[in-house]
Design a protein around this ligand. Structure first.
Ligand code: TRP
Length: 453
C-alpha cells in the first residue's frame, strides 16, 4: 500500500475535475426531476427554498466529502479506514458504495427511457392526434424494451469507466458538458420566443409562498442532495483523484453553480413552452415524457427540438451514471485489488441485473407496491436511496469530520491549495451543529411523511 499515492490516477487539470464533477451532478435530477418538483410545489417559491438548501447544506457537505477523498487518496471505504484506523467508520463508506449500486440500478432504467425517446419523440411528434400518454405507457409496460435500452445505456457507462479517470471520465465530461450547455441554450431560445411564453416565465420567477408547507422544505432538501450527488461517496471518490495542492473550495463553488444553473435553465426551457401551448406545469414525473412531446408536437420545428431535448437528457444521465459506477469500481480496485476493467464490467453487469425488477415494475411486476415506500418497484428503490441512504450518508460524513477526523484537520486540508475561496469557522459551525440537525430533521420528516400517505 505504500506506493498507493504514486500509482493513483489524477485529474489532468482543474477544469477536468470541475466538469467531471459537474457532469455527475447535472443529470436526470436537474432536467427531469427539478422542473416537475418546481411545478408541484408552487414554482418560484420552491426555487427560493431550494437555493437556500443548496448553499447552506449542499455546499458545505460537498466540500466535506471532497476533503475526505483528497486527504485519504482512497475510495470511500478506504478513506474512512485511512482517516480513522481500526474503527468502524468505514461502514459509512460501505453504505455509500451500496447506495451507488442501488441508485445506478434504477437510474439506468430511466436513462434507458430517455434514449428510447430520442426516436419515440420523432414518431410521436410526426403522428397527428397521437395519445402521448399511451406512447409513454406502451414503452414502460413492454417487457423487453426498457431492459434493452437500459442495457444499451449500461454498456455506454461501462465503456467510459473502463477507459479510466482521465481517458474515460474526464475526456467524455469535457466533450459532453459543453454540448449539453449549448443544447439547453437553444431550447431556452426556442421556448421563450413562442407567443404566450411570458405566462410560463412569470409562473417560474414570481414566488407564490401560499403553496409552501413543511413538505416543501423536505422536497427541496432531498432534491438538493440528489441533484448535487451528495451523501454516497461520489465526491470522496472524485476528490481522491485530486492532487495534494489542488484547490478545493473554489472548485466546489463552480460545481454547485453549474449544477444549479442547469436546473434553473431546464425550467426556463420547459415552463414557457408548456404555458405557451396551453399545458399545466404540475404534471409529475410524466412532465418530461408525456407533456413535453405534446408541447413539441405543436411547436414549429418540434421534431428537431424534441429529438435535441432527449439527446440532452441522455447525455446528462450518462455523465451522472459514470460517477455512480466509478464509486463501486474504485472500491473494488482500492480495497480488493481488482483491475479497472474487471471491476467496471463485472459490477456493471451485476448492477444491470439488479435493476431488472425496476424495469419490469410496470409490466410483469405491475401492481407490486410497498405501502409508504413507493408506488412501484422503481419508486421503492428511489425511496430507500433518497429518503434514507443519502441523507444518512451525508449526516454521518458530517459527524465524522465534525467529531472524529476534526474540522481543524479538514480546514487545513482545504486551505492547502493556494488560490480560491478559503473555508473556516463558519463552515466548521455548519458541519458540526447546523447540518446534522437539519438532516436529522429531514430524515424524520421524510419517513413520517412517507407512511402518512
Ligand atoms: N446528481 C445526479 C442527477 O441529478 C444523479 C446522481 C449521480 C447521484 N450520482 C449520484 C445522486 C450520487 C445521488 C448520489 O441526476
Amino acid at each position: 500500500m505504500s506506493d498507493f499515492k504514486g500509482n493513483r490516477e489524477h485529474w489532468a487539470s482543474r477544469v477536468g475535475f470541475i466538469l467531471a464533477a459537474a457532469g455527475s451532478a447535472v443529470g436526470l435530477g436537474n432536467i427531469w426531476r427539478f422542473p416537475y418538483m418546481t411545478g408541484e410545489h408552487g414554482g418560484a417559491a420552491f426555487i427560493v427554498i431550494y437555493l437556500l438548501a443548496v448553499f447552506l447544506l449542499g455546499y458545505p457537505l460537498m466540500v466535506n466529502e471532497t476533503l475526505i477523498g483528497r486527504a485519504s487518496q482512497r475510495d470511500p471505504v478506504g478513506a474512512f479506514k485511512f482517516l480513522s484506523p481500526g474503527r468502524s467508520w468505514w461502514l459509512v463508506g460501505a453504505l455509500g458504495v451500496f447506495t451507488g449500486f442501488v441508485i445506478l440500478s434504477y437510474y439506468v432504467v430511466v436513462a434507458g427511457w430517455s434514449i428510447a425517446y430520442i426516436y419515440k419523440v420523432f414518431i410521436a411528434v410526426s403522428t397527428p392526434g397521437i395519445n402521448h400518454e399511451a406512447v409513454f405507457k406502451s414503452l414502460i409496460t413492454s417487457v423487453w424494451e426498457p431492459i434493452i435500452w437500459a442495457a444499451v445505456f449500461m454498456i455506454l457507462t461501462i465503456s467510459i469507466i473502463s477507459a479510466g479517470v482521465v481517458k474515460g471520465i474526464q475526456r467524455w465530461s469535457l466533450i459532453l458538458m459543453p454540448i449539453l450547455f449549448i443544447i439547453i441554450l437553444i431550447l431556452i431560445i426556442r421556448s421563450n420566443t413562442l407567443p404566450g411564453a411570458s405566462d410560463g416565465l412569470f409562473y417560474y420567477i414570481k414566488p407564490d409562498f401560499s403553496h409552501v408547507s413543511g413538505r416543501t422544505f423536505l422536497a427541496a432538501l432531498s432534491q438538493a442532495f440528489f441533484s448535487l450527488s451528495l451523501g454516497m461517496g461520489v465526491f470522496i471518490t472524485y476528490g481522491s483523484y485530486l492532487k495534494d495542492h489542488d484547490e478545493i473550495p473554489g472548485s466546489n463553488g463552480w460545481i454547485i453553480t453549474l449544477d444549479t444553473l442547469v436546473a434553473l435553465m431546464a425550467g426556463f426551457a420547459i415552463f414557457p413552452a408548456v404555458f405557451a401551448l396551453g399545458f399545466k406545469p404540475a404534471a409529475g414525473p410524466g412532465l418530461v415524457f408525456i407533456t413535453l412531446p405534446a408541447v413539441f408536437a405543436q411547436m414549429p420545428l418540434g421534431i428537431f427540438f424534441g429529438v435535441l431535448f432527449f439527446i440532452l437528457l441522455a447525455i446528462a444521465a450518462l455523465t451522472s451514471a459514470i460517477s455512480l459506477l466509478e464509486v463501486v469500481t474504485a472500491w473494488l480496485m482500492d480495497e480488493k485489488g481488482w483491475s479497472r476493467k474487471k471491476a467496471s464490467i463485472l459490477m456493471g453487469i451485476i448492477i444491470f441485473i439488479a435493476g431488472i425488477p425496476a424495469a419490469l415494475g410496470y409490466s410483469i411486476f405491475n401492481g407490486f407496491s410497498f405501502p409508504g415506500l413507493g408506488t412501484d418497484i422503481l419508486d421503492t428503490y428511489d425511496w430507500f436511496a433518497n429518503c434514507l441512504f443519502l441523507p444518512v450518508g451525508g449526516l454521518l460524513a458530517a459527524i465524522f469530520t465534525g467529531y472524529v477526523w476534526g474540522t481543524k484537520q479538514a480546514i487545513d486540508e482545504a486551505n492547502k491549495g493556494k488560490t480560491g475561496l478559503a473555508i473556516g469557522k463558519f463552515w466548521s459551525f455548519l458541519i458540526r451543529y447546523i447540518i446534522p440537525l437539519l438532516i436529522f430533521g429531514i430524515i424524520i420528516m421524510g419517513i413520517y411523511d412517507s407512511f402518512k400517505r
